[in-house]
Design a protein around this ligand. Sequence first.
Ligand code: SF4
Length: 190
Amino acid sequence: MTPLRREIASCRLCAEHLPAGTRPIVQFSDTARLLIIGQAPGAKVHESGIPWDDASGDRLREWTGLDKAAMYDENRVALVPMGFCYPGKASGGDRPPRRECAPHWHDRVLATLPRERLTLLVGTYAQAHYLPAMRKLPMTERVRLWRECLPGAIPLPHPAWRSAIWMKQNPWFAEDILPELRRRVSVIIM
Ligand code: SF4
């Protein structure tokens, strides 16, 4: 384990706000050219310790064309959520990622990755942080403007169950974006 990983594993910066306790779940290496920045682990991922080990992960793999072997290959794929620990339940879903986490850790983690990489900004929290010029737009508009974020990044909706309804309302996502997303992902992880 690298010193940075050891430091993250022992982080207790916002422990007092985490009802299930600290368990940072993050994957990265200095060769991972695909970076996926999601929201925060859910309860199932908190239990298993495996990122995207849930229905949202299945949908994200379907969108990207990644299989589990590729997604969990840290030499090719970095999985760095906006909050590394499960933030606990709120009414109607999980709490948002802890706001301390990304400002505290992301610069150091991203500095270890190759400079030439593709970043998937999955969900509103990642997009608000990394696409400040688009922060005020609704999520659907940010995704619709995905070409403006190329070549470095692609904004995606969070692949929670609600995204199935969203996809029906926005068929251009499956028609225009997913084929190009799969193509770019397959090239970057080669
Ligand atoms: S959520 Fe992030 S900042 Fe908070 S304890 Fe976990 S790793 Fe540390």
